[in-house]
Design a binder for this molecule. Structure first.
Ligand code: ZN
Ligand code: ZN
Length: 646
């Protein structure tokens, strides 16, 4: 393996400037949208006098790069350049509108170092594409009207925790039960807008629309702008510029909005901070939580994470005192009973649930979509398998079991062990739960909300509402009861985050209960989640899990980096990394795993390093990738602190 050391790149050489050069700060330093990984350092160009006024930091320009014309963004204006005398000129201004500030460019730069990526790949997520027809309204020097001040006309004061009202805060807010999270977030956004702008980053469009509706209900519609990618391009670009230029107070966005420029003293609110939606799937794979923390360390802003139960990374920062914890601990009525046979609702809690259904809607939280996700022989409990080795599932009560791999149907299924012909559904999905619950609680309407068919709102009338996590319908007055069935199955996909995810799912569903309602959970009553829900306090569970992680030096107490490469190259990559470690170019106590050979052409390996060594290790990988790019090798996939540790 070649020793990765910073590449020396040739500057873009051209004949000495002809014509007038800008009188002051004649050099523009730019990031070029070259699409080439290793050409990720800034390049210098000279600014013609005629472009001087418009060629500001954060403006998109066109430059000649190699032999082609490329878009670029100005990241600095300088008095001189190391390559002065041999620079090419900025060719033209692509758009006179400033789309990034020094602060937002600094953030993009830090993110590219932290996640070993090229800055322009982050620019693409952070800044919406320009729309020429919108530009003319926002160009430099265009006068704007008076900026309206946020004063809702139907303002209903809601008392938020005192600690959320400080001018400068950095906190994790564990949300209370019985009040819709979107209502709380709208109140928080409004109350923080007294200090500056407010950005609310949400995990999905559904949650974003809820918060938007709540802000509109407060009479703040005119102050709020969505900046997410579900809008029309022109609308998104206009909204982005209105926020960037300080013309609106509150921005609502998804993942990419974490980069939007904000005024000093603004507040960034990240809701549901542990959500997988906050992880960028493309390279570089940054995540909203960690970008928000970086941003908080570089800018004069307040930062609030909100959810029902903090993820482990946030838990660690509460533990260390970096984030303050705002708890909503209170008593909530919780009853637990474990499944004895295969009965869906244990008899101990059945009568109480039936009583609640008479009074209003009852929410049943179920662990899976589908119908029968695993099929057994009803007689001998042998797992039903296809000849190809695939497991059978049943997609609806009226259809025969079919193979999950080859889709073959088994209309006349026979057990291979005992020749029995009756099947038993072992891994119930929501459609099966709906059937069984309908039989257990007859004569009530049943509402099924999951997957592509999410019901947004249910009436305050007796009904069974069956939903998977995240698909729970809203109610006006809260559910009479929330029942979590087959609780242990929520932990079935055991991974690094299964406990963390379960806590958030259970608390989030349970929060929808009315103040007089009850929470029922089908699990052994000694399970710690029962006490956590009853006290509305996930902190002891989080602390216990963190203690184990710390002892084992697992994330979040170490940094985890997954490298994915072509299977035929993975062992060479592995050998190279071991060699680099021997030569102390990778810190000694970094653990380098043996390659995990993938089923396809891709295989992976991982590095686990101490937090203090992380920068050094990531820099090494970053430089390694630049080397590969420069020598036309295929790029490896780099994931620093991924959602899944696999
Ligand atoms: Zn059998
Ligand atoms: Zn098959």
């Amino acid at each position: 393996m070649v020793n990765p050391r910073p590449l020396k790149l040739r500057s873009q050489i051209a004949p000495a400037p002809a014509g007038d050069v800008a009188a002051s700060l004649p050099i523009a330093r730019v990031w070029v949208d070259s699409g080439v990984y290793h050409l990720d350092t800034p390049f210098d160009y000279w600014v013609p006098a005629r472009l001087d006024v418009q060629a500001q930091i954060g403006v998109r320009v066109q430059v000649e790069f190699g032999k082609q014309k490329h878009e670029a963004i100005i990241v600095n204006r300088l008095e001189s350049s190391a390559n002065e005398g041999s620079l090419k000129p900025v060719l033209k201004i692509m758009s006179p509108v400033i789309v990034a500030t020094q602060k937002s460019l600094d953030l993009i730069s830090s993110v590219s170092s932290r996640w070993a990526g090229a800055p322009f790949d982050i620019v693409r997520s952070a800044i919406p594409p320009k729309v020429a027809s919108i530009d003319s309204d926002f160009a430099i020097g265009v006068p704007h009207g008076e900026i309206p001040i946020a004063t809702p006309d139907t303002y209903a004061e809601f008392k938020l925790p005192q600690s959320l009202s400080g001018a400068k805060i950095r906190a994790m807010w564990c949300l209370p039960p019985h009040v819709a999270s979107a209502f709380l977030l709208a109140q928080l956004a409004f109350q923080r807008s007294k200090f500056g702008q407010v950005l609310v980053v949400l995990p999905d469009e559904r949650e974003l629309l809820r918060v938007h509706r709540n802000l509109e209900a407060l009479g703040l519609g005119d102050q709020v702008r969505r900046v997410d990618g579900h809008l029309l391009r022109s609308e998104r670009y206009r909204n982005y510029l209105e926020i960037t230029q300080g013309l609106r107070k509150i921005a609502l966005g998804l993942r990419g909005s974490i980069f939007i420029p904000l005024e000093p003293n603004s507040t960034v609110i990240v809701h549901s901070e542990g959500s997988e939606h906050f992880y960028e799937p493309r390279m570089p794979s940054w995540n909203v939580r960690d970008v928000a923390l970086l941003r908080n360390s570089q800018e004069d802003i307040s930062l609030v994470f909100s959810s029902y139960s903090p993820c482990l990374e946030v838990g660690r920062l509460i533990d260390s005192g970096y984030l303050s914890m705002i708890s909503s601990a209170q008593r909530v009525a919780v009853s637990a009973a474990s499944q004895i046979q295969a009965e869906l609702i244990p008899s101990r809690i059945f009568p109480a649930i039936r009583k609640d259904i008479q009074l209003g809607p009852v929410l049943f939280l179920v662990p899976a979509k589908g119908y029968g996700n695993a099929v057994l022989c009803a007689h001998c409990r042998n797992i039903a398998l296809c000849d190809c080795g695939g497991r059978l599932l049943q997609s609806a009560s009226s259809t025969p079991p079919s193979c999950t791999l080859c889709q073959l149907n088994f209309a006349n299924w026979r057990c291979k062990e005992c020749d029995g012909s009756r099947i038993y559904i072992a891994s119930r999905g929501i459609d099966r739960f709906v059937e069984e619950l309908g039989r257990s609680f007859p004569n009530f309407p049943i509402i099924n909300s999951a997957g592509e068919h999410i019901v947004s709102q249910v009436e305050d009338a007796p009904s069974l509402v069956v939903a998977t996590p995240g698909a729970e319908p809203d109610t006006d007055a809260g559910y009479r009861a929330v029942v979590i069935v087959e609780s242990l199955r929520f932990l079935a996909h055991s991974d690094f985050r299964s406990d963390e995810r379960m806590r958030e799912q259970f608390f989030s569903a349970a929060s929808k209960v009315s103040p007089k309602g009850h929470i029922f959970i089908v699990i052994d009553d000694s399970h710690p989640i029962v006490g956590a829900l009853a006290r509305w306090n996930p902190a002891p569970m989080v602390r216990r899990e963190l203690k184990q992680r710390k002892e084992l030096q697992l994330p979040p107490y170490s940094r985890f980096i997954v490298l994915e490469a072509a299977t035929k190259e993975i062992s060479m990559l592995h050998t190279g990394l071991l060699m680099a470690q021997k030569e102390r170019r990778i810190p000694e106590n970094t653990k380098i795993s043996t390659p995990r050979l993938g089923a396809s052409e891709k295989s992976s390996l991982s590095l686990t390093c101490q937090l203090g060594d992380a920068e050094k290790v990531v820099d090494f990988i970053h430089e390694l990738q630049r080397r590969r790019s420069a020598s036309h090798k295929s790029l490896i996939t780099i994931r620093v602190d991924p959602y899944k540790l696999a």
